[in-house]
Design a protein around this ligand. Structure first.
Ligand SMILES: *[C@@H]1O[C@H](CO)[C@@H](O)[C@H](O)[C@H]1NC(C)=O
Ligand SMILES: *[C@@H]1O[C@H](CO)[C@@H](O)[C@H](O)[C@H]1NC(C)=O
Ligand SMILES: *[C@@H]1O[C@H](CO)[C@@H](O)[C@H](O)[C@H]1NC(C)=O
Length: 230
């Protein structure tokens, strides 16, 4: 036990040293990579409000469904668009997506639109928005639709890597009584990130020094979590 503590202490010192030596840039950058799904919702709402449309409520239940929607593709980018495009059957929302998320089926509201994109290269939320998801007038019309009251976004890399999927679901209904979690608690369905749940999440393994630093810090805190109950 004392030995273990010493090791963790050294880890701590080492990570502080690293953090200090990389300076404040690391802190700012890591914030930027925290939860790309939340970033995407921010981009969507900025664009809507600039167009004089309402800002949409970021519903974590709806966002979790978006993550399950991505998972239905099982990493098959080819099924997302083009001539072989596929779409999960609507029945999956009630039968699979909602139970997986712990969203009460009775609180499901109409889905008023969806964006889905897939790409082998990881890009950040603003580029995912402008380069992958919004491609033509049809997608802009959908973005600006008055039928939406809420939104949920998800991003995932297959097995934590390429290809990367982005999904946005728009919904109707009252934000705080629809797409509600059982017991009001968001359920984690890793891997992948979804919006609205106030959690930090990394969408990509980007091996730039800053992100390596972040992964290192994360592994320390996870290890710390395991160390405490000993
Ligand atoms: C909204 O997004 C579209 C598509 O990327 C872009 O053409 C337009 O300039 C954006 N509007 C604003 C105000 O940023
Ligand atoms: C909004 O909803 C109405 C009625 O359900 C539908 O006819 C219309 O196509 C929808 N608009 C958009 C942009 O989806
Ligand atoms: C529902 O949301 C509204 C604002 O959108 C808020 O004023 C109200 O307190 C919420 N109700 C509950 C039960 O959380």
């Amino acid at each position: 036990m004392p030995k273990t503590l010493t090791v963790w202490f050294l880890f701590f010192i080492f990570s502080f040293f690293l953090a200090a030596s990389t300076g404040s840039t690391a802190a700012t950058q890591t914030k930027v990579t925290n939860n790309p799904a939340d970033k995407l919702v921010a981009v969507i709402n900025d664009n809507r409000t600039a167009h004089k449309d309402s800002s949409l409520f970021d519903n974590p239940g709806l966002a979790c469904l978006a993550l399950q929607y991505i998972k239905a593709y099982q990493g098959d980018c080819g099924a997302v668009g083009g001539p072989d495009a596929k779409k999960p059957p609507e029945s999956q929302f009630v039968e699979v997506f909602a139970p997986t998320c712990g969203v009460k089926a009775t609180t499901l509201a109409p889905i008023t639109g969806r964006f889905l994109g897939c790409q082998t290269k990881y890009v950040h939320a603003p580029e995912a928005f402008s380069e992958i998801l919004i491609r033509n007038q049809k997608s802009l019309d959908l973005l600006y639709s008055k039928n939406h009251t809420q939104v949920g976004a998800a991003v995932t890399g297959t097995d934590g890597g390429s290809p990367y999927f982005w999904c946005v679901l728009f919904g109707n209904g009252k934000p705080n009584s629809t797409f509600a979690f059982e017991g009001g608690v968001a359920k984690a369905t890793k891997p992948g990130c979804y919006s609205g749940a106030n959690d930090e999440c990394s969408g990509a393994h980007d091996w730039s020094p800053v992100n390596v630093m972040w992964i290192f810090a994360a592994s320390v805190s996870i290890a710390m979590g395991f160390a405490f109950p000993l």
